[in-house]
Design a protein around this ligand. Structure first.
Ligand code: ZN
Length: 507
C-alpha cells in the first residue's frame, strides 16, 4: 500500500465513482455520503461476503433484519436515552460547535476521552481555549445526546417521539426469544444483523470513518453463563497469528508482539477462549478479503477505558494514515443487555437448562460489530498503490470485493463487433466492463485504478486463432487462452488460481 492522506483518499473515491459527498449540488451535508457506481457494487460485495462468512457458512448463527425505528422504550432500557452522549462546546458569538473531547485532545495533545463536562470546562478555561473560527469564548460545555429524534404518526407531541436506531445491536436482544425459538437454536449461538444506524455526531470527521448515517454488520453471540471458559471452536484458530497489544505492553511502553492465539491464551493475555476465538475470526475476515495482516492488531482496553459492564474488552484496530484506529470493539458483556430488557419489558428473556432444571440468562461473550463504511475505507487504503513504473494507481482489491471483475477491450475499432461477442459471453457471469476508447495503455490504467482484476484484449490474431489475451492487474503478466475456455478460466482466476496454470506467460 502507498500511504495517502484521508483527504487524498476522499478525492480519489470521488473521481473513480466510489463515494460522493451527499447532496453535493446543494453544498453537501456533513457526515453523509453516497456510494457511486463502483462504490455501491463494492459495498454490496463486502456485505454479501460478511453475511456468507458469519451466517450462511455457520450452523450456530442466524440472521434477522430489524426496523430502523423501534419502540422508544428499547433505548431507555439500553441506556441510550440517558447516556448516549458526547460533550459539546459552542461559541458564544458565532455559534460554532465542536465535540469537546476531540477538540481538547487536538489542542492540548492529551487524552480527554471519557472526561466529564466539568473537567472539560476546567481544561478550556485553564488553557484559555477559544473558538477556532472567531476567537470568542465558548459557553459552558454541555451534554449532547447523539440519537436522531423523529415523530411517529400525525400527532406531534412527546408521546409520539421516537428515535432512529443508533446501533443495530438492541434488535438482537429484543428479538432474542423469538429468533431462538423460531430457529430452534441451542446455546452457544449468535444472532446477526446488517443495516443502517444513525448518530448525530457533533463534528463528523475523517471522511467515511465517522459519519452521521452509516451501516453496521453485527452479531450478538450467546453462551451458557457457566461455560464462559469452554469454546468448542478454539482449535480452529489456535495456530492463527495476530499482532497483540496487551494492557501490560501499553503500560510498560513495550512494542506490540505477533503471537499465536494459543500463546495469548496460555500466557493469560486474552482471558477466555471465546474472546480469543472471535478476535481471530474477525481478524481473518479482513485477511480473507486481502488486507495485509501487518496493518491489523488487537489492542486490550486499559482498565479505566472499559465499559462498566464489560469483564475484558479488546479492539481490532487498523493502521490508518491518521493512526491506529478501532474497527470493532469486542467486549464480554455478560447478561447486562438481556437483563436490562427483562427489567424494562417484564418479559422472560431466558432459556431453560434441562440439566440444572432452571431458567438461565445467557451471557453475550462477544459482540463482533463492524461498520460497513469503515471496513470499506480499510479495503481502499490497503489496496491503494502508486505504481511508479506504470505511472498510475493500482487498486489491488481482492477479487471477491472488486466492483468489476473483468474488462474487455477491442485492440482496434475494427474489432469492436467481435470483441463485443466475447464480452457477451461473460457479462452475465461476472460484473464486466466493455472499454473501447483510448489507447490500450490508457485503458489498462483506467482498469487498474478501478481495481478490475483482469483485462481481456481481442486483437487481430484473435480472428485467426480464436484466442484472447488475459492480463493480471497486480503483476501485469499475460496469457493467451481460447475464447471457448474464457468463462471457466476467468472463474478460476477470480477464485485465486494462478495465471501460469492456464497458459504460458507472454509479456
Ligand atoms: Zn466563534
Amino acid at each position: 500500500m502507498t500511504k495517502i492522506s484521508i483527504d487524498e483518499m476522499a478525492s480519489f473515491c470521488k473521481k473513480k465513482g466510489f463515494i460522493f459527498q451527499n447532496s453535493e449540488i446543494y453544498g453537501g451535508m456533513a457526515g453523509f455520503f453516497d456510494y457511486g457506481p463502483a462504490g455501491s457494487e463494492m459495498k454490496k460485495n463486502i456485505k454479501d461476503y460478511w453475511w456468507k462468512y458469519h451466517v450462511q457458512d455457520r450452523e450456530d448463527v442466524v440472521g434477522i433484519d430489524g426496523a430502523i425505528i423501534t419502540h422508544p422504550k428499547v433505548w431507555v432500557a439500553s441506556g441510550h436515552v440517558s447516556s448516549f452522549q458526547d460533550i459539546m462546546l459552542e461559541c458564544r458569538k458565532c455559534k460554532f460547535q465542536e465535540r469537546a473531547d476531540t477538540f481538547i485532545e487536538d489542542k492540548l495533545d492529551i487524552a480527554a476521552d471519557g472526561l466529564k463536562a466539568k473537567d472539560l470546562n476546567k481544561l478550556v478555561s485553564e488553557n484559555e481555549l477559544v473558538c477556532p473560527k472567531c476567537k470568542s469564548e465558548f459557553k459552558e460545555a454541555q451534554d449532547f445526546n447523539l440519537m436522531f429524534e423523529t415523530q411517529v404518526g400525525p400527532k406531534q407531541d412527546s408521546e409520539s417521539k421516537a428515535y432512529l436506531r443508533p446501533e443495530t445491536a438492541q434488535l438482537m436482544f429484543t428479538n432474542f426469544k423469538l429468533a431462538q425459538e423460531a430457529a430452534r437454536m441451542k446455546l452457544p449461538f449468535g444472532i446477526a444483523q446488517m443495516g443502517r444506524a444513525f448518530r448525530n455526531e457533533i463534528s463528523p470527521r475523517n471522511f467515511l470513518f465517522r459519519c452521521r448515517e452509516f451501516e453496521q454488520m453485527e452479531i450478538e453471540y450467546f453462551i451458557h453463563p457457566d461455560k464462559v471458559k469452554e469454546c468448542p471452536y478454539i482449535k480452529e484458530v489456535a495456530d492463527y497469528e495476530i499482532i497483540v497489544y496487551s494492557e501490560d505492553m501499553q503500560k510498560n511502553k513495550k512494542e506490540a508482539a505477533k503471537m499465536k492465539i494459543k500463546q495469548a491464551l496460555d500466557k493469560d493475555i486474552i482471558k477466555t477462549g471465546w474472546h480469543a476465538y472471535w478476535l481471530a475470526v474477525e481478524h481473518k475476515w479482513f485477511v480473507d478479503l486481502g488486507v495485509n495482516p501487518d496493518n491489523l492488531r488487537i489492542r486490550q482496553h486499559l482498565s479505566d477505558e472499559k465499559s462498566h459492564y464489560a469483564l475484558d474488552t479488546w479492539d481490532l484496530e487498523y493502521n490508518f494514515p491518521f493512526g491506529w484506529k478501532e474497527l470493532q470493539g469486542m467486549a464480554n458483556r455478560t447478561d447486562f443487555d438481556l437483563n436490562q430488557h427483562i427489567k424494562h419489558s417484564d418479559q422472560k428473556l431466558t432459556m431453560y437448562d434441562q440439566k440444572q432444571k432452571k431458567h438461565i440468562i445467557p451471557y453475550v461473550v462477544a459482540e463482533p460489530s463492524l461498520g460497513v463504511d469503515r471496513s470499506f475505507l480499510v479495503f481502499m487504503f490497503d489496496a491503494y498503490e502508486h505504481d511508479k513504473e506504470r505511472g498510475n494507481i493500482v487498486l489491488k482489491l481482492d477479487s471477491k470485493i472488486a466492483p468489476i471483475k473483468a474488462a474487455v477491450f477491442p485492440l482496434a475499432t475494427k474489432l469492436e463487433d467481435e470483441a463485443r461477442e466475447v464480452f457477451d459471453l461473460i457479462k452475465k457471469e461476472f460484473p464486466c466492463k466493455f472499454d473501447r476508447s483510448g489507447s490500450v495503455g490508457r485503458r489498462y490504467a483506467r482498469a487498474d485504478e478501478k481495481g478490475i482484476p483482469f483485462c481481456i484484449t481481442y486483437d487481430f490474431d484473435s480472428r485467426e486463432d480464436k484466442k484472447v489475451t488475459i492480463r493480471n492487474r497486480d503483476t501485469t503478466k499475460q496469457i493467451r487462452v481460447a475464447i471457448r475456455d474464457l468463462k471457466d478460466i476467468l472463474e478460476k482466476l477470480l477464485k485465486g488460481e494462478k495465471l501460469e496454470k492456464f497458459g504460458k506467460i507472454i509479456q
